[in-house]
Structures are given as structure tokens and as C-alpha cells.
Design a protein around this ligand. Sequence first.
Ligand SMILES: Nc1ncnc2c1ncn2[C@@H]1O[C@H](COP(=O)(O)OP(=O)(O)OP(=O)(O)O)[C@@H](O)[C@H]1O
Length: 235
Amino acid sequence: MLELLAVTAGYDRRAPVVRDATLTLSPGESIGLLGPSGCGKSTLARVAALLHRPDAGRVVIDGEPARGYRHRAPREQRTAFGVVFQQPRQSADPRLRLADLIAEPLRATGRAEGAAGRAAEAAETVGLGTDLLGRRPHEVSDGQLQRACLARALILRPRYLVCDEMTAMLDASTTAALVGVVEAYRRETGAGLLAVGHDRVLLDRWCDRTTDWSELGAHDADVTGAGLQKAGDRR
Ligand SMILES: Nc1ncnc2c1ncn2[C@@H]1O[C@H](COP(=O)(O)OP(=O)(O)OP(=O)(O)O)[C@@H](O)[C@H]1O
């Protein structure tokens, strides 16, 4: 289980963008987190994936409190998460060929042996033709690059996926394809999913339950995380 407990986070301690937010993701569950632009969804998603240190509150991963964030997160906790962001070009090293981009987490965790073969398999899983694996990000479309970023997120077989507006830049058929890949992975592995977005129709279809940020008031000092928990438990 992934637990975000009374998380307060942001970029200026005097004006946090997330206040006292509590959200629990059970094993195998998928939660859609809805909200308008700029409300703090990405910040909370980054805290959940150990990419942003909260100012207060706790993240507990399968019963174990997070022992660090960003580069200080211990490897076994960091690799519990696969993360896909909205803008593939901002999260892809432009110098890397797609094969190396997909294999990056393997190399970063000392599992370089067989990395090329595993990257090719992962590419196939996300519907990326092997002919594209030798290209660099600027030589492929946004949808193709996002497929590569999803393959990279899945390659270490994470227990939790955090998809932050993963499909916001994509057309309907690529969106359906990528959601299909995530769901096939979840069926196979039982991984949990936190999907952040502002498309209610998509999130309602995709996720077991959808939590609306504005209803929950995670950014509102008058409404505590208890409200987030309560509304978040609604199906
Ligand atoms: N690196 C940063 N430094 C300072 N402020 C930031 C930073 N990143 C985000 N913010 C601010 O924090 C607030 C919440 O941003 P966040 O990206 O979490 O919102 P969001 O709900 O995910 O928005 P969107 O749907 O547009 O992605 C915004 O006001 C934003 O300007």
C-alpha cells in the first residue's frame, strides 16, 4: 500500500501548494486525481514517487516510511515507482537513442547486462517499432517518445505507477494505446496506479475511483486531509 499522510509540500515553506493531504492507494488499485491546472497535483504526484521532499507529513511504501527523496531515496524504494510525465521531451535526455533511453533505469541500477534485449522487449510491449530504437528524441513524434518513456517507466517492473498527465499531449488513439499498456501491465503484476489529469471522462473510465482536488480541498487551509481521505474513498 502507498500512503500519503498529511502531506504538505511546495516550493516555498511559507506558501505550500499542497496542504495536509492524505491519500491511500491499495495494492492493485488505480486512483485518478483530477484538478485544474496549477492546483498542485503534479507536486503531490512527485512527492508520492519520492521525487519531491514534502515540508511535512509522511509517505509510507508498503509499510515502510520513505527514507529519502530524489537522489537520497534508497534504491529499493525509488525503484518501487515508475513515473511518466506529461511532456516527454522534458523528461528525455535528447542525446540518447530511444533504446538507451528505455534502458536507462537498468544501467542506473547496475543491471546493464542484457539491457539492449530487455529494452527491445519493452519497446514491443508499448507498441514502439524496433526501427525507431536507433533514433533520438528529436527524430520521433511526441506519441512515439511518450511510448518510449512509458517503456522506461515499466522496465524495472515497479509496484506503483505514477502517470502525471501522461496522455495530455496525445491523440485519442495513442491515449487509448498507452492506457491499454498500463492496464495490461497492472493486470500482469498487480501494480497500483496514481493517474493525474484533468480529463474526468478519461480518468473515470481508466481508474477504479476518481478523486477531485477541488472537492477535496487539499490546497485549502480550511479543509484538512481528513476531507481528502473521506472523499477519496468515494467510488
Ligand atoms: N519548480 C517550481 N518552483 C516554484 N513553483 C512551482 C514549481 N513547480 C510548480 N510550481 C507551482 O506550484 C503550483 C502547483 O503546481 P503543480 O505543477 O503541482 O500543479 P498541477 O495541478 O499539476 O498543474 P498542471 O495541471 O498545470 O500540471 C503552481 O502554482 C506552480 O506554479
